[in-house]
Design a protein around this ligand. Structure first.
Ligand code: GLU
Length: 307
């Protein structure tokens, strides 16, 4: 079976260096095995997603030399597919309407910040259903421990009921939740490995559980250290000096690839290099486990200083 990786950005802003780091390493992981690398635009949240950002991120990926295989998949066009899978979960009697107002607003987004989550108390689990009231839908977390081996961070064991809790699979406004859509798409796109930031490490058991209920084999999960800004926070779209608009004005694609390859432990110095030239240098053994602090100052240059 051909290995298949994917990059699944949310088009809610211009890509920044942290997104490019994930894109590069998932591309290298797939390409170094002779695999395919698919692009999925995660635009399920109509309030935050913009086609203009999807266009920019595809232009940025091509400029960087990170070409995806096949046509990009847009989550916004797959509502009927999520609906059908949602009904399959509902038919198993494992879901319930939730009238609580918090958290569901965030449910379409992948969790951020070390996957920080509060375990839902289960308030609505035993409430009678109130058909006229808008409700989110939660999937019940069973008393089951999911053990898995992350391709980079090793073994993990997570109790779904105690550490995850009942989680939202459809928002109150009808939007599909990330945790449902990601599982359905990874399965139907035939993804064999998911490479992404380690802030999503604890989403993996949730996704494995949903896959199990739907009868799908989960992909292998391989998580990456995060790029942090000087305050020790995960780089975000707010760190403007490291977004692709600024980076493209100041650096070549090879500068950026060389710099990221150095941070990823793939070369001893940030010498400019193309994405293709990195394929034979790639090995997960070289990639650090600790998060990587990165200066966001505007004077930073990705190239080594001139001799
Ligand atoms: N759309 C998610 C994000 O940008 C991707 C999550 C994933 O790779 O599973 O954070």
């Amino acid at each position: 079976m051909t290995p298949k990786g994917r990059f699944a950005p949310s088009p809610t802003g211009r890509m920044h260096l942290g997104n490019v780091f994930s894109a590069l390493l998932s591309w290298l992981s797939a390409k170094s095995k002779g695999g395919k690398w698919l692009l999925r635009i995660e635009d399920i949240d109509p309030q935050r997603s913009r086609q203009q950002y999807a266009n920019l991120l595809m232009d940025d990926l091509q400029w960087l030399g990170l070409q995806w295989d096949g046509e990009p998949v847009y989550q916004s066009q797959r509502s009927h597919i999520y609906e059908e899978h949602f009904e399959r979960l509902r038919a198993q009697g494992l879901t319930y309407p939730c009238y609580c107002s918090r958290a569901d607003l965030l449910a379409t987004q992948a969790p951020h910040g070390n996957d920080a989550r509060t375990v839902y108390s289960g308030t609505c689990r035993s409430l009678p259903s109130q058909p006229d009231r808008p409700a989110a839908t939660r999937l019940m977390a069973p008393n089951q421990t999911i053990a898995f081996t992350d391709g980079h961070y090793g073994q993990h064991s997570v109790s779904l009921a105690q550490q995850v809790g009942d989680f939202i699979i459809r928002r109150k406004d009808g939007a599909w939740a990330y945790q449902l859509a990601v599982v359905v798409d990874d399965a139907l796109m035939g993804i064999t490995e998911v490479v992404r930031g380690r802030d999503l490490l604890l989403s993996s058991p949730q996704q494995m559980y949903v896959a199990q209920l739907l009868g799908y084999t989960p992909p292998q999960f391989i998580h990456l250290p995060l790029l942090l800004n000087t305050d020790g926070q995960r780089l975000s779209k707010r760190d403007r000096s490291l977004d692709m608009a600024t980076l493209r004005q100041r650096h070549t694609a090879s500068d950026i690839m060389g710099h990221l390859a150095h941070l990823a432990g793939l070369q001893p110095s940030p010498t400019p290099i193309t994405a293709h030239e990195l394929i034979p240098l790639f090995s997960w053994n070289r990639v650090p486990l600790n998060d990587i602090r990165h200066p966001t100052c505007t004077t930073h240059t990705a190239s080594p200083p001139a001799p």
